[in-house]
Design a protein around this ligand. Sequence first.
Ligand SMILES: O=C(O)CCC(=O)C(=O)O
Length: 266
Amino acid sequence: MSDSDKERLLREEGVLLMKNVIADDALVSVKDQYDHLDISLERTDIVKDRPVIVFWRHVMGSTKRLAHFDEFPALWQLITNCIVPTLRQSFPERTKRLQLLETIIFNKPPEISNTLNWHQDVAYFPLKPNNQIAVWIPFEMVTAERGAMVYAVGSHKLGPRGSTNLHTREKFENEDRDLIPDDPTTIGLEVRCMEMTPNDMLVHDGYTWHYSGPNLIKGYTRRGLSVRFVTEPAAFDPRPGQGAAFTRQIDIQPGDILDGAPFPLL
Ligand SMILES: O=C(O)CCC(=O)C(=O)O
C-alpha cells in the first residue's frame, strides 16, 4: 500500500491496521523491562516534570500505576526510533507535528479481565482543537477471544461523544454530549475486529470509536501499548467527565496552549 493510500484510508475510515511494520526483535527489551517493572511498581502519584507511562490492568477495582521513562528506557527507544519514524513515513501530512500526550500499557490478565467498553479517546481529553492520533501495538498475538481491538469504521466523522465509565458504560456526572450507541452497526457503521501479531501496528484517529473485549484464554497474557500524540497546537479546555491520568500533569491555565515537560514535541 502506498503512503498516500495509508493517509487516505486513515482519513476515510479513522483507523488503519499496518501489517509487519515492527521488527521481530523490537519488542524484546520492552517486554523484559515491562515484566521487571510490573512486579514491583507501586507508584500512583502523578508528577508534572516528565511524561509518565500508565500501567492499567483491565480488572474491575484495580488501580492505575505510573512508571517513568528513565526506568523504562526501551519504551522511549521504541517510541522515538520506531513508532515516530513509522508514523512520519506513512502519514507525512498528518504527522508534521507530533506531541506526546500519553502512554498506556493495557494488561488483560487471562479469565478475570473485562471489556473496556466503546469509547472515543478525545472524549476524555480537555483540549481544543482535540486532534490526536493513537498507535496501538500488542505484546502478544491478539484474536477476538484474546482481547483484540474492535473499531467502528468511519465513526470519527460523527463528531465528539460523551465520556462514560469504561468498565460499566455509566455516564459521567455533568456529561451532556450524546453517547456512543451500544451497537454502532444499528446506525450503519461497520464494526471491525483487528486480529494482530506483535509485528503489526494500529493507528487510529482520536475521534474513532473502539473497544476491547476480555482475554478469555487460560494461561495467556494480553498486553497492548497505546501511545497518543497531539497533531496540532491545542489549548487547555477543561470540562467535566474528562478523566485521563495525564490531565493531572497539566500545569497551565484554561486557554493556554498545551506544553511542558510531560508533553514533549517529538
Ligand atoms: O488495549 C486495550 O484494550 C484498550 C486500548 C484503548 O482503548 C486505547 O488505546 O484507546
